[in-house]
Structures are given as structure tokens and as C-alpha cells.
Design a protein around this ligand. Structure first.
Ligand code: SF4
Length: 186
């Protein structure tokens, strides 16, 4: 666990972008360090900043419920964000902030070596798959990058804002369940 301790210490003390100024806690990520599935969101919100844990507010509860609905406990997956410190008023991280923080996410992916990664929302999709991704058009579509299956889907906060999207997100999670089974079956 030395590599994880080092990573967490670096994140918790990081001042590489301006988001450090407003944080109560950095939110490095949490879950199974050997998880087959990693989920990546945008950045911490108010509750996450308060507790230092990812996806623990209303969005997190929805995400946890969706994972449980496909047979996954939170402890079986790894959850992280593009930026580890809360952007003011939950604004989208700037490209400079994302660029400053992405080495930590890349390090997490390298340590976990997940088989599948779900990108929650446009920011996560943009900084992993590229600027061309549009969630409304591309959600639920899998692509393999460097041996890892990746799928963009809606961020849970978008589902809370627009419950009409929940049925589409649920289809994506069913596709996720099938993909994980396919991976397990080899
Ligand atoms: S958001 Fe990332 S790069 Fe910016 S201060 Fe926090 S940990 Fe460092």
C-alpha cells in the first residue's frame, strides 16, 4: 500500500491548482484498489468536500443505488474524480485545473488496472476519451482504450436535475452489468 499512501499524501497536500484554496478536504477517491470497475466523476461537491469522500451527497446515493441494482456494492468498485478538490459553487473545472490534477487520476488507473471504466458525465468523458464525446449521443457506447473497456454515461447529478434521463442511464448500467459478466467469462 506504499504507493497509495504516497498518492493520498500528495493529493491531500497538493497546491498545484487554485482549487486547493477553497477546499476543506481533498477527495482522492475510495474503493477496492484491485477493482475490476472504476467510476470517474467530475469533482467533489459540498458534502464530499466536507467529508473527504467521493459521491456521498444526493448524487452519490443515487449512484450507490444504481450500482446495487446491478449487484455491486460500493466497496467492490473504485470511485474517483477528475479533480480532487471542490470547484467553487460546483462549477465545471477549467482545463488548467483538470490538467493539473489528471496525473493523480492516471496514477490511480495505473495502480488499480481496472478492466472497465465508467465515465460519469461530460467532464470525465472529455478528459479520458476526448473533446468529441457528447453524453447525449454517446452514452452507453463502449470503446476499448489501452486494453480497458470505457463507457460514458450521465452524471448522477444530471439524473437528479432531469429524472427523464434515468431510463437511459439505467440502460447504460444494464449494459455495464453485461460487460462485466462478459469480462469475467473471458
Ligand atoms: S484539484 Fe487536484 S491539482 Fe488542484 S489542488 Fe486539488 S489535488 Fe491539486
Amino acid at each position: 500500500m506504499g504507493a497509495w499512501m504516497e498518492l493520498f499524501e500528495r493529493v491531500n497536500g497538493c497546491t498545484a491548482c487554485g482549487l486547493c484554496k477553497g477546499r476543506t478536504h481533498a477527495v482522492p477517491g475510495e474503493g477496492d484498489p484491485k477493482a475490476a470497475l472504476m467510476l470517474i466523476g467530475e469533482g467533489p461537491g459540498a458534502e464530499e468536500d466536507r467529508l473527504g469522500r467521493p459521491f456521498v451527497g444526493a448524487s452519490g446515493q443515487l449512484l450507490t443505488g444504481m450500482l446495487e441494482a446491478i449487484g455491486l456494492a460500493r466497496g467492490q468498485v473504485y470511485i474517483a474524480n477528475v479533480v480532487k478538490c471542490r470547484p467553487p459553487a460546483n462549477r465545471t473545472p477549467t482545463p488548467d485545473e483538470a490538467a493539473a490534477c489528471l496525473p493523480y487520476l492516471r496514477r490511480q488507473v495505473a495502480l488499480i488496472r481496472p478492466k472497465a471504466i465508467v465515465l460519469l458525465g461530460a467532464t470525465a468523458a472529455r478528459y479520458t476519451l476526448g473533446d468529441q464525446v457528447r453524453i447525449g449521443r454517446d452514452h452507453g457506447q463502449w470503446q476499448k482504450r489501452a486494453g480497458v473497456w470505457m463507457m460514458p454515461t450521465y452524471h448522477p447529478s444530471a439524473l437528479l436535475r432531469d429524472p427523464g434521463l434515468k431510463a437511459l442511464a439505467w440502460q447504460d448500467f444494464q449494459s455495464l452489468q453485461a460487460k462485466l459478466q462478459e469480462i469475467e467469462d473471458g
